[in-house]
Write a protein that binds this ligand. Structure first.
Ligand SMILES: NC(=O)c1ccc[n+]([C@@H]2O[C@H](COP(=O)([O-])OP(=O)(O)OC[C@H]3O[C@@H](n4cnc5c(N)ncnc54)[C@H](O)[C@@H]3O)[C@@H](O)[C@H]2O)c1
Length: 334
């Protein structure tokens, strides 16, 4: 990675005629993925309107970029606010990322998660319904929306069977997108990704930032599960490129109403990941298995053949390269 703030592996840093002067509305723009996406959009020349209910985070990927964003502080739960933003800024592209994105918090506060993740998405779709300027809306669903299945990897045709609060909130929002496309022809597509990691994620309840922080401090990492749960890990810039491709090709390739998986397609166990992170931090792995994880899916990974075929999307980052760049960022910032 070129700079302290991250260069996104050559993805951005150039103006792009498609994005130049495009009116783009990003919800959750202060978040982990939102900040990367917003930064790349600005670099490509888009005019970004961002909505988030959080204050500006220090050490964010957006540091130094915020003056180029029309940032609005508010909640996606307010339909009035969303509608006002649509009417005032008339976005051509919408990326809806705002969510209660932490599985554990959604379990602790299910009503809040449902309000934000489900009602928030419905508000966006409802406001988008009569916007003839709208070319594409991309909504962040999740691999969790699929729920537990014996047959893996998940394909886009795998039924949505979320069972726990976060999973059900994402599955519901995902289905509501489909309803708004089928019924009102809102040009919306959903993304379903595995665990996204990379510089700038401040959720230390997530395994990658947490394990890096512990490894750099040479402390013991507590594994909540039995260590054998498997997940799919994908580097943030690869996801940003997927979102941009989906938005850009939605109209041209008639992709509205569809879902796209984005992943490396390689499941990794918690134990393998933790050991790898410690080694890349030049530490002997130190961990304790608590075996306390409940209300969580044991095995998950996705197949991204559809994104590869239709969007010509390819992840640039393998796990080792992605983790090295992520660790380098946390080393500097923490
Ligand atoms: N990070 C992952 O591994 C992952 C994987 C699959 C799907 N997703 C989804 O992708 C999206 C982005 O994830 P992330 O990792 O950047 O999460 P994040 O928590 O870092 O970002 C979400 C942002 O939404 C904002 N937000 C929360 N409630 C809001 C509200 N009511 N109104 C306005 N803003 C609100 C938060 O302040 C935050 O800045 C989420 O929808 C998440 O569910 C993430």
């Amino acid at each position: 990675m070129g700079s302290r703030k991250g260069s996104l592996g050559g993805l951005a840093e150039m103006k792009d005629s498609y994005w130049s002067d495009k009116r783009v509305f990003v919800t959750g723009y202060e978040g982990f993925l939102g900040s990367w996406l917003t930064k790349v959009l600005i670099e490509k020349g888009a005019r970004v309107i961002g909505l988030d209910n959080a204050r500006q985070r220090p050490l964010s990927i957006l540091e130094g970029w915020r003056r180029k964003i029309k940032g609005i502080k508010g909640s996606v739960v307010s339909y009035r606010l969303i509608n006002r933003i649509f009417e005032k800024y008339r976005p051509e592209i919408v990326f809806h990322l705002a969510a209660q994105s932490i599985v554990g918090l959604a379990k602790r506060y299910p009503l809040k998660a449902l309000r934000v993740n489900v009602l928030g998405t419905a508000n966006l779709l409802e406001a988008a319904r009569n916007m003839d300027c709208l070319e594409a809306m991309v909504v962040a669903s999740s691999d969790k929306a699929y729920g537990s299945h014996r047959r893996l990897p998940y394909r886009e045709t795998t039924p949505l069977k979320g069972e726990y609060p976060y999973d059900v909130s994402k599955a519901s929002a995902d289905l509501i997108c489909r309803a708004y496309f089928k019924t009102f022809k809102v040009p919306v597509g959903v993304t379903r990704c595995g665990n996204i990691y990379g510089p700038g994620d401040f959720h230390f309840s997530r395994i990658v930032p947490d394990a890096i922080r512990k490894a750099l401090a040479n402390e013991v990492f507590l594994i909540r599960s039995d260590g054998r749960f498997t997940r799919d890990y994908v580097f943030v810039s690869d996801i940003v490129s997927g979102y941009l491709l989906l938005a850009r090709l939605m109209k041209k390739k008639h992709l509205a109403g569809g879902a796209f998986n984005f992943s490396n397609g390689k499941p990794v166990s918690v134990l393998t990941l933790v050991k790898k992170i410690y080694r890349l931090c030049q530490q002997e792995p130190k961990y304790k298995i608590l075996n306390q994880a409940k209300s969580e899916i044991r095995h998950q990974y996705l197949e991204a053949a559809k994104a590869r075929r239709i969007l010509s999307w390819r992840p640039e980052y393998g796990l080792t390269r992605g983790l090295k760049e992520t660790i380098a960022w946390y080393r500097i910032h923490f």
